[in-house]
Design a binder for this molecule. Structure first.
Ligand code: ZN
Length: 180
């Protein structure tokens, strides 16, 4: 199952695919911002732990839906207006990164998500207390090794393709005056 590291890797690969803005892609602020977006749907685990002492109580409900990705993607794309510390990322990109979490859960786990909430809702079953959640997050991250390696390779390949395209573009621009 994708855990925070796995979701972060999927989110960073999604960012790489969905934007051509390469100037700030290695900035720490941007990486932190993207990490929060990629893991945002799982904040329902913290709410469940705080209210019911059960991380599964509200898990995979409304936060794992298309509507949540749309609303939170919109708000995240406007967040820079409130603090200069928050990077400016387009709505479509914020939306896709939050959506990548829901799709990651859908494709890499057997439990359902609530994609079309409020038309459907699929709460997570079972009970997981603080120690279960912390243990899973900190000690079972190795389960995501395949996802992290796959996403890292994808990011490298996408960057190589972009760099190649840029070189071709620069070459054509330089050639143009000569053809006249
Ligand atoms: Zn999730």
């Amino acid at each position: 199952m994708p855990l925070p590291m796995g979701h972060t890797a999927i989110g960073l690969a999604t960012y790489e695919l969905s934007t051509n803005n390469n100037s700030k892609r290695n900035s720490l602020k941007l990486i932190i911002f993207l990490t929060i977006l990629a893991n945002m749907p799982d904040f329902d685990v913290i709410i469940g732990l705080l209210i019911k002492w059960n991380g599964n109580a509200f898990h995979r409900g409304p936060t794992h839906s298309l509507l949540f990705a749309l609303i939170m993607g919109f708000l995240a794309s406007r967040a820079w207006k409130f603090s200069s510390q928050i990077p400016r990322v387009k709505f479509g990109v914020c939306f896709l990164i939050i959506l990548s979490h829901v799709l990651g859960d859908f494709f890499f786990t057997s439990s359902p998500v609530s994609f079309f909430w409020p038309l459907e809702v699929s709460w997570s079953a079972g009970h997981s207390g603080w120690s279960d959640v912390l243990n899973t997050v900190f000690f079972q991250g190795f389960q995501d090794a395949g996802i992290i390696i796959g996403c890292s390779i994808s990011i490298i390949l996408i960057r190589l393709i972009k760099a190649h395209r840029q070189t071709l573009f620069d070459f054509k621009i330089r050639q143009k005056p000569l053809n006249k």
